[in-house]
Design a protein around this ligand. Structure first.
Ligand code: UDP
Length: 239
């Protein structure tokens, strides 16, 4: 069983069917799944995206300044972090939000030591604001934070049950990998994570597990070692 995990949730995964805003039902289900593993003693740090509210790159295509757009995106991740922390508090799970940019009292300013201390005390720790720098994504924020806090694995909770040869929502002939190497992800141009995040995980040997978080109980299954998703790791064979 993993002792410490970094769970990456996209902003869109918090949204309802129209991929915008925050769906309270979805949020509550995520909170339940997270509490269930935290109660079993797993230290859970979470990086959350902001795509349900704002993405800097799409903003810049509409004429926003890229840096300001990315700052808007980072603030969007803080909104999502607060929503998730509120859902966890509502079910009595101790939780703390740390932010990559100073904004007390919304959250304490992040440092790896602070995050680790809070995790060891039994808090779920939500790391908001991505890396704190523009031109990055929360995928890269996740790789970075997972390494900084010495997580055993980065779990990427998505709407799909793993990595496929092509987008299974568009191509019915797509097949799923049980394991794949970082190099293969990059060579095939698979849109699992952006290149910066994948390269960072590769260079530092951070294992990534991609699974469907929208199915209740799946997070627990991953923790139990059930092979329900795709493992990205160095030197793994792929099927
Ligand atoms: N962002 C950023 N730096 C970071 C993380 C995020 O500038 O380190 C901005 C960027 O504009 C990004 C937005 O925040 O588009 C929301 O994050 P992301 O797109 O990763 O969210 P997700 O797709 O996971 O919902």
């Amino acid at each position: 069983m993993f002792k410490r995990i970094l769970l990456k949730l996209s902003g869109e995964s918090l949204a309802g069917a129209n991929k915008q805003g925050i769906d309270p039902q979805h949020l509550a289900e995520y909170a339940e799944q997270i509490k269930a593993i935290a109660e079993k003693g797993v230290q859970v740090a979470i990086v959350i995206g902001g795509g349900n509210i704002f993405r800097g790159l799409s903003g810049s295509q509409k004429g926003f300044d890229r840096v300001k757009g990315d700052q808007m995106g980072m603030l969007a991740t803080v909104i999502n972090a607060l929503a998730l922390s509120s859902a966890l508090e509502a079910i009595d799970q101790p939780v703390r939000v740390l932010t990559a940019i100073r904004m007390e009292p919304i959250g304490d300013f992040y440092s790896p030591a602070k995050a680790i201390r809070l995790l060891e005390k039994g808090n779920v720790v939500i790391l908001a604001g991505g890396t704190g720098a523009p031109y990055f994504t929360t995928d890269t924020g996740s790789s970075l934070r997972a390494l900084e806090i010495k997580a055993d694995v980065m779990l990427k909770g998505t709407r799909v049950d793993g990595i496929y040869t092509a987008d299974p929502e568009k191509d019915p002939t797509a097949t799923k990998f049980t394991e794949i190497t970082y190099d293969e992800v990059i060579r095939r141009g698979l849109k699992v994570m952006d290149l910066t995040a994948t390269a960072m995980a590769k260079e530092n040997g951070l294992p990534i597990y991609v699974f469907n978080m929208d199915q209740l109980g799946n997070l627990q299954k991953v923790i139990n070692g059930e092979a329900i998703g795709t493992l990205v790791k160095p030197g793994a064979s792929f099927r």
